[in-house]
Design a protein around this ligand. Structure first.
Ligand code: IFM
Length: 412
C-alpha cells in the first residue's frame, strides 16, 4: 500500500479504481453566494449600487438550511464539502468577534464530520466587512493585521473540527475584477492599485499562515488558486506565444511562487482555456462555433491536465478546489464533469498527487455580478420556494464518488 503526503491510502489501487480510496469527492459553495442576508459586507452595497444583475437577497438560505444541504450532499455519496466563512458576520466591527457566529461555522464543520464529510473551510471568499471596505478594503492601512487576526480567531474556533483551511479564494481574480476591470468592488481600474493589491494579498496569506501555523500545527493550509489555461490563439504567432507565456506567469504562477513556503497543499480552481493574442489581450473561445458554457467560457478538459502538470513545480499535494460549468442543459454539465474527472485521472496516472476534487457548485447560487442566471449547481434551487432538486449529473457524480470508478458498470 502507498501513502501520499497527506496520508491517504491506495495509490497502488489506481488500476482497479479510477480514484483511490479516501479521494475527496465533494462540492463547493461560498458564504455570500448561498447564505442570504449578508448585509454587512461590501458586496451587499455593490449590489444595491447596481453592480450586479440581481441582488443576492436570501440567496439559498444556506445559513439556516446548511444541515439539510450537508445531508443532501452526503446522501449523494460525496465525502467532502468546501464552504466559506463570512468575515462580515464574524467581525461586524473592527476587533469585535461574535462568538455566536464563530460557533455557527464550527457547527457547520462538525455537522460535516458527524456525517463522514471532510470539511474544507475557506476563510475569505471575495467579500469584505463594510468597515474594512470603507477604510480602503485590501489596501486599507493595517488590513494585513486585521486579516491575520480574523483568521486566527476563525482557526481557533475550528480547532478539532476542520483540517483543511483555505485562507484566500482566488486572490488574482479579486485583483483582476476589482482593480483592473473594475467590475467588482472596489470598482477600480488602475494597474498600480492592482499591483499593490496583489502584493498586499500575498502578505495577507503569509500573515494568516504564520498565525494559524503557530497555534494549529495539524491544520493543512493553502489557498484556492484560479488557474487559467492560457494558450496562444495562433500557435504560429510569436506575439501570441509571448503573450500567453507572460499572462501565464503573471496570473497563474506569480502568486503561488510568492507564497511557496507558506502552503501545505495547493488548491486549484480551474474552469477553461483562454486564447491569447498579445501581452494583455485574449479571447475566451478559439472560434465562434466552439462549444461554450453559459458564462461564454471555452470547455477544455485538457487544460485541467495541463494545469495539474504546471503545479508539479511546487511539489505539494493538490486539491481541485473548484471546477464546474454553468449550463441550462444538465447533459452538458454531466459531460463536462466526466471529461474533467477523466482529465484529473490522466494527471494522477502521470504520478501527480491529486487528493480531491470539489465540483463548483453544490447549489445554484448567486454568481456575483452575473446574478442568479448562471446555474452551476448539482442541485437546482427553486428561487420562489427554495426547494432543492438534485440534477441527474449530481446523482451520477455521487455514484462515481461511491465507487471510485468513472466508467458506468460494463463500460470501458
Ligand atoms: O462562483 C465563482 C466562485 O465564487 C469563484 N470561482 C469561480 C466561480 C464561478 O465563476
Amino acid at each position: 500500500m502507498c501513502l501520499n503526503t497527506l496520508g491517504q491510502k491506495g495509490w497502488s489501487a489506481l488500476p482497479a479504481r479510477d480514484f483511490p480510496e479516501g479521494f475527496l469527492f465533494g462540492a463547493a459553495t461560498s458564504s455570500h453566494q448561498v447564505e442570504g442576508g449578508n448585509d454587512n459586507c461590501d458586496w451587499w452595497d455593490w449590489e444595491l449600487a447596481g453592480g450586479a444583475k440581481d441582488l443576492s437577497g436570501t440567496a439559498c438560505e444556506h445559513y439556516e438550511r446548511y444541515p439539510e444541504d450537508i445531508a443532501l450532499l452526503r446522501s449523494l455519496g460525496l465525502n467532502s464539502y468546501r464552504f466559506s466563512l463570512e468575515w462580515s458576520r464574524i467581525e461586524p466591527e473592527p476587533g469585535r468577534f461574535e462568538t455566536r457566529e464563530l460557533e455557527h461555522y464550527r457547527d457547520m464543520a462538525l455537522a460535516c464530520r458527524a456525517q463522514g464529510v471532510e470539511p474544507i473551510v475557506t476563510l475569505h471568499h471575495f467579500t469584505l466587512p463594510r468597515w474594512l471596505s470603507e477604510k480602503g478594503g485590501v489596501l486599507a492601512p493595517g488590513s494585513t493585521e486585521r486579516f491575520a487576526a480574523f483568521c486566527g480567531a476563525a482557526a481557533d474556533a475550528l480547532e478539532g473540527a476542520a483540517r483543511y483551511i483555505i485562507t484566500i479564494n482566488e486572490p488574482m481574480i479579486l485583483v483582476l475584477m476589482g482593480y483592473v476591470d473594475g467590475v467588482w468592488p472596489p470598482g477600480r481600474k488602475s494597474y498600480p492599485a492592482a499591483v499593490a493589491a496583489a502584493q498586499r494579498l500575498v502578505r495577507w496569506h503569509r500573515a494568516a499562515y504564520d498565525r494559524i501555523r503557530a497555534r494549529h500545527p495539524d491544520m493543512l493550509l493553502g489557498i484556492a488558486k484560479h488557474w487559467i489555461d492560457f494558450q496562444p490563439l495562433d500557435k504560429g504567432s510569436a506575439a501570441h506565444r509571448r503573450g500567453a507565456a507572460l499572462q501565464h506567469y503573471l496570473f497563474n504562477r506569480w502568486y503561488l511562487r510568492a507564497i511557496r513556503r507558506s502552503q501545505d497543499f495547493i488548491g486549484l480552481n480551474y474552469y477553461s482555456t483562454r486564447y491569447v493574442t498579445s501581452l494583455t489581450q485574449g479571447v475566451p473561445l478559439a472560434s465562434e462555433d466552439e462549444p461554450r458554457t453559459e458564462m461564454g467560457w471555452s470547455i477544455s478538459p485538457q487544460g485541467l491536465t495541463r494545469a495539474l502538470r504546471g503545479l508539479r513545480e511546487f511539489r505539494l499535494p493538490i486539491m481541485v478546489t473548484e471546477n464546474g460549468i454553468a449550463a441550462k442543459d444538465d447533459g452538458q454539465r454531466l459531460a463536462y464533469l466526466l471529461d474533467h474527472l477523466a482529465a484529473v485521472r490522466a494527471a494522477m496516472r502521470e504520478g501527480i498527487p491529486v487528493v480531491g476534487y470539489q465540483y463548483w457548485s453544490l447549489l445554484d447560487n448567486f454568481e456575483w455580478a452575473e446574478g442568479y442566471r448562471p446555474q452551476f449547481g448539482l442541485v437546482h434551487i427553486d428561487r420562489d420556494t427554495q426547494a432543492r432538486t438534485v440534477r441527474p449529473s449530481g446523482e451520477r457524480y455521487g455514484e462515481i464518488a461511491r465507487t471510485g470508478r468513472l466508467a458506468e458498470p460494463g463500460g470501458s
